[in-house]
Ligand binder design. Structure first.
Ligand code: SNW
Length: 281
């Protein structure tokens, strides 16, 4: 009421008193603006009516781009399902593909609200960004056409591809000290190098390795390393606890009502399902 009277003053004649009253009204509205803004934007998003999501275009079946340019995969559909529970329809969730190494920094820098794509939760990553509760726990896998690469020792002096900044990058440095690590920006370039013999193997997430094996029948998963202690989570800006809490609530809802299980069977048929993500009685 008071505000609308001041606005009317804008169209009438200013008296000194009404001018002062209007200015003080403006000051007051500026002071209360942050509270109003938070109510309009409860999840602290970059744009109030959509969620900007950074993901990968070549990590099928986790996250990938289809021939018609849309993003798909387990992580993409799981996130869309969670977003829908928060009131965001598919067209209000915008996926953008980036190199893996850029994903977390892009959330930190305010380019994306969330990063999604089999991103393992580690103490080091948690120093710069917040992670939701885990929703995937699986293996890191060595993909190659060379059947002899089935032991760690066999990787000595071999050229092993890794996508820079991944857990495979860390793991290989710690556990395969004698392998020659060759860093790539993404899986596609690493697999291209593997196919033309520039590297002997590529080290990536199990389901993606299996998928590349389907696309290129000469390539097989030669060995696996459990990465259960670094379950994948959705990544949000540090301190955006309203978004984090809301995502966590809906993640657990989607696990409890069987949605997670359905998506897991669709995208990772035959792969074991960690019990903690299944409906609990
Ligand atoms: O740590 C695993 C987790 O257990 C699950 O298997 C999904 O993948 C992981 O999160 C590891 N993912 C890698 C990482 O976080 C590579 C991610 C990617 O290529 N998109 O660095």
């Amino acid at each position: 009421m008071e505000n609308s009277m001041k606005i009317t003053n804008l169209f009438g004649k200013f008296t000194r008193r009404s001018y002062l009253a209007m200015m003080s009204g403006l000051v007051v509205s500026c002071l209360v603006a942050p509270a109003n803004a938070a109510d309009d934007n409860p999840y602290g998003l970059l744009d109030t009516d959509s969620i900007m999501v950074g993901t990968m275009s070549d990590a099928k079946p986790y996250a990938f781009v289809t021939a018609d340019g849309t993003f798909s995969g387990f992580d993409v559909e799981f996130f869309q399902n969670i977003a829908k529970r928060l009131g965001f329809e598919k067209d209000q969730v915008t996926f953008v593909g980036q190199d893996f190494a850029a994903l977390i920094p892009s959330v930190v820098n305010g380019r994306f609200d969330v990063a999604v794509g089999a991103i393992g939760t580690t103490a080091q990553r948690q120093k710069v960004a917040d992670f939701t509760d885990g929703y995937l726990a699986g293996f890191l896998s060595v993909l190659s056409s060379d059947e002899s690469l089935s032991t760690i020792e066999a990787l000595d002096d071999k050229r092993l591809g890794i996508v820079q900044g991944t857990l495979q990058d860390d793991y290989a440095q710690k556990h395969f000290p004698k392998a020659q690590l060759v860093r790539f920006p993404d899986n596609n370039s690493a697999v291209a190098a593997l196919n033309n013999g520039m590297v002997d193997a590529h080290f990536l997430d199990f389901e993606a390795a299996k998928q590349f094996g389907k696309n290129y029948p000469g390539l097989k998963v030669m060995q696996n390393f459990a990465s259960f202690d670094a379950p994948a989570g959705f990544v949000v800006r540090k301190g955006n606890s309203r978004l984090l809490d809301a995502l966590n609530e809906k993640i657990h809802e989607a696990m409890q009502d069987g949605t997670w299980k359905e998506l897991h069977s669709k995208w990772f048929p035959g792969s074991p399902m960690p019990k903690q993500y299944l409906p609990q009685n």
